[in-house]
Ligand binder design. Structure first.
Ligand code: SF4
Length: 332
């Protein structure tokens, strides 16, 4: 039985652990390939206009996987921490996927969607809603050990992200492959955003690796380099806590990055993201109050590499000017 896992949205946080669970209960995980123009086009075609870009990408991955798997595993995430919430699009994701696959494959399409729900607890506390035949096939003991294994892989994977490996590199390391650490430049640069904006190489046109290339040579810091405790501590003094988990992490990262003396911050936001409209403004004010250069980029389905490169280069020039000013070097 092949179970499809779309490589989009919070796959970048949980994917390897979902895979480990499926393997432990003797199901075969099939992960979609990296996002491509074709996948994005499919998602845009079936997604409602109001859906944000990452959700459209997710739908594209689902349609792409349908022919390669028997069932599709879709998470329904309500919250990941107590007293916090995650964007409502994660709650309605299974319904959006079911509508999209029903359009393409008819009513039997939605029967092929398995939902794994996480609410007020982690994924590893309860298994996905497996149909009876799969539950019997796996056996109750196996499901328990599967959840245990998933929790273990989740910890190992997050530890690798924390060390600065990108998600695809961390997955290769978990699979026993050798991954060379990239040389990091001397100057630090923060790149913040939701994990699916930061780590989807197609959506951000490989920005993270680009910034580390010799001609730019930055040490790149993302929110995943900080622990959950560090990020929460950074925003503990806010008069009103931010209850969006992803937003809190981004604002916490801005404060933590400032202490690392990064030269500037690039904020990658997704087109049509509701929470980002508020968090983006908070990030802008925060950077302004520190005098920290900030570039906010809105990723959309029409983003082009040339336009992005021009903006990045202009921003890096600005950073250099800013650094020279701070050091008191005349810069014209
Ligand atoms: S947080 Fe924003 S980008 Fe992420 S799913 Fe919600 S609307 Fe989309």
């Amino acid at each position: 039985m092949r179970i499809g896992l779309p490589r989009a949205l919070l796959y970048y946080w949980f994917g390897p652990a979902w895979k480990a669970f499926l393997q432990e209960i003797r199901l075969m995980p099939v992960v979609s390939r990296m996002t491509t123009k074709e996948i994005l086009k499919q998602g845009v075609r079936v997604g409602v206009d109001e859906a944000c870009l990452p959700v459209k990408v997710y739908l594209g991955h689902c349609l792409n996987l349908m022919s390669e798997c028997d069932l599709l595993l879709v998470p329904r995430i309500v919250n990941l921490r107590k007293k916090e919430f995650i964007c409502p699009k994660f709650m309605g994701l299974p319904e959006m996927v079911k509508a999209a696959v029903t359009n393409e494959y008819g009513p039997e399409g939605k029967e092929r969607v398995l939902v794994w729900k996480s609410e007020h607890r982690s994924f590893w506390d309860a298994p996905p809603a497996l149909p009876d035949y799969l539950r019997k096939l796996a056996g109750p003991g196996k499901i328990k050990t599967g959840l245990h294994r998933a929790k273990q892989v989740f910890r190992e994977y997050r530890a690798l992200l924390h060390q600065g490996y990108l998600p695809d590199e961390a997955e290769e390391i978990l699979a026993g492959k050798n991954v060379h650490r990239r040389e990091q430049g001397a100057a630090g640069l923060g790149v913040i955003g939701h994990p699916y904006c930061l780590y989807d190489h197609f959506l951000n046109m490989s920005l993270l690796t680009l910034l580390q290339r010799r001609e730019y040579n930055y040490a790149v810091f993302t929110p995943e380099l900080f622990s959950e405790e560090e990020l929460s501590a950074e925003v503990a003094d806010l008069a009103k806590p931010i209850f969006w988990t992803l937003g809190r992490r981004m604002l916490g990262a801005v404060r933590a990055l400032r202490k690392k003396h990064v030269a500037g911050i690039i904020h990658l936001a997704a087109f049509a993201c509701g929470p980002e409209a508020l968090i983006g403004e908070l990030i802008r004010r925060e950077c302004q109050s520190y005098g920290l250069p900030l570039l906010q980029i809105n990723l959309d389905e029409h983003s082009g590499e040339a336009g992005l490169l021009t903006r990045i280069e202009a921003f890096l020039d600005l950073i250099n000017t800013h650094a020279h000013r701070r050091e008191g070097i005349g810069c014209g």
